[in-house]
Every structure is written in C-alpha cells, then in structure tokens.
Design a protein around this ligand. Structure first.
Ligand SMILES: C[S@@+](CC[C@H](N)C(=O)[O-])C[C@H]1O[C@@H](n2cnc3c(N)ncnc32)[C@H](O)[C@@H]1O
Length: 232
C-alpha cells in the first residue's frame, strides 16, 4: 500500500471521531451566556487592566472568552454537561476555566497547579475555584487530598516533558503516576489527559501508546481517555 493510502487509513478514524464530537457539541449545546453572568465584571476588568500590555505569555489568559469557549468544548466532549454532579480534580488547572464551568454546572471541583504564574490565582479567585499548589514530578507521589474524585483531568500540562531535554515520560513514569492517581479516584472513576507535544511535535513513543492501551485507555493522538477506570 502507498504511504498516502496508509496515512489516510490511519487518519480517517481520527477525522471521523473529531467530526462526531463536533456534531455532538452542536446537538448537546452548552450556552456560555448564563455562565458569564456568574463572573464579576468589575473584578475581571481590573485583572485585564493589570495585564494589558504585559509581555508574559500567560497574559493571554486575561482575555477569558476564547478560554471559556475552549473549555466548554472539553466539557461537552467529556459529556460533563450532561452528567449528574461529579467530583473533579484538574491537574495543571491554570486559571481554572474548565473547573469554573463545571462548578457553575453543579459539579464539585478542585484544581492542582504550581505557584509560578501570578495571573492564575487572580483568575481562580474571580472564578471561585480552589486549588492545591503542587508541582507534579516523575516518581513523586501527589499530596494527600482529603476527598476522592470521579474524574481526574489534565489538559495541556506538560508535566510529562522534561523542559531542559524535551525528553518525554515513558511507561515507567506514567505507571507510577497512574497508580498514584488510582488512589485519588472513587470506584469507577475516570481519567482524561490532553497531552502537549514535545518541541519535536511528538506526543509519545509507540511503546507508551501500547502501555496506555494496556491500562485500558482509548488513545486518539493527544487524547488519552480512561473511561472505565485503570487496568493493572
Ligand atoms: C498551557 S497551561 C494549561 C492550563 C489549563 N490546563 C488549560 O488547558 O487551560 C499549563 C498548566 O500546567 C501547569 N503545570 C506545568 N507543569 C506542571 C507540573 N509539573 N505540575 C503541575 N502543574 C504544572 C502550568 O502551571 C499551567 O497552569
């Protein structure tokens, strides 16, 4: 088979699933208007004025609308706008956009993130979202958290990429993290990771993909979904 044929065979299911997700978002809508009504506009304007003209990359998050729209899609794709109230932990929660929408929908939420970016606590305060300050590191347990969760998520976090070398975590590091996360999940709890690529554009090595699948994940390029818990 020619390379083009092989590639199209590989990419077709991905394109199909993306199209299906788009259709589902269209059918099961999640209007942002009522969610925006919960945001203190004066506090938001003050934040925006403080970061207007800031050269820092993270200042883009002060313009909250695109991030609310992106996180609405994440919630629609995980069907969390159509589910009974859940306990959700978001690793690398940033400004808390994802958790803010979930909280407004009636879910119980907690974020976890480093304390590096000054804008994030300001947004978390605006959104009324709590977070645990923590840096996820290879082969180090997460902190004790009183409650257990129905969902643990992580979107675009990069804890699995060594920033100096761009080396990606392999099965050993992921196995350690997944076993730890299992301790924070309620029975039947689910996990979702939306991975970032390394600077070489790679999400994982083939053996890591096989490892995720062996642990019960659906893997679709950067999307790693454990919707039936973890298999050990
Ligand atoms: C690109 S931002 C994404 C924020 C949010 N998840 C989103 O998608 O909007 C990456 C986030 O991951 C956090 N982060 C990066 N490395 C981390 C680590 N090792 N442990 C915890 N958080 C980390 C950053 O502080 C930042 O909030």
């Amino acid at each position: 088979m020619k390379l083009r044929g092989k590639l199209s065979k590989l990419t077709q299911p991905v394109a199909y699933r993306r199209g299906w997700r788009r259709a589902q978002r269209y059918i099961f809508r999640l209007p942002l208007g009522p969610l925006r009504a919960d945001i203190d506009q004066r506090q938001l304007r003050e934040i925006q004025q403080r970061y207007a003209g800031s050269p820092a990359g993270y200042a883009k998050y002060a313009n909250i609308d695109p991030w609310l729209r992106l996180n609405r899609e994440r919630i629609q794709d995980l069907k969390l706008h159509r589910s009974r109230p859940k306990h959700v932990l978001d690793l690398g929660c940033g400004g808390g956009f994802f958790l803010f929408i979930l909280k407004t929908l009636g879910h119980s939420v907690l974020g976890l993130d480093t304390a590096r970016v000054p804008l994030y606590p300001e947004l978390l305060d605006l959104f009324g979202v709590q977070r645990v300050i923590w840096t996820i590191k290879a082969f180090e347990l997460l902190p004790h958290i009183e409650q257990k969760f129905d969902w643990i998520t992580a979107f675009s976090v990069s804890f699995n990429i060594d920033q100096a070398t761009q080396r990606l975590w392999g099965p050993a590091e992921w196995d350690f993290l997944l076993r730890d996360l299992q301790q924070h999940l309620r029975p039947g709890g689910k996990l979702f990771f939306g991975l970032n690529p390394s600077s070489g554009g790679e999400y994982y090595k083939p053996e890591l993909r096989d490892f995720f699948v062996s642990r019960g994940a659906h893997v679709e390029r950067e999307r790693i979904l454990f919707d039936k818990g973890l298999r050990f």
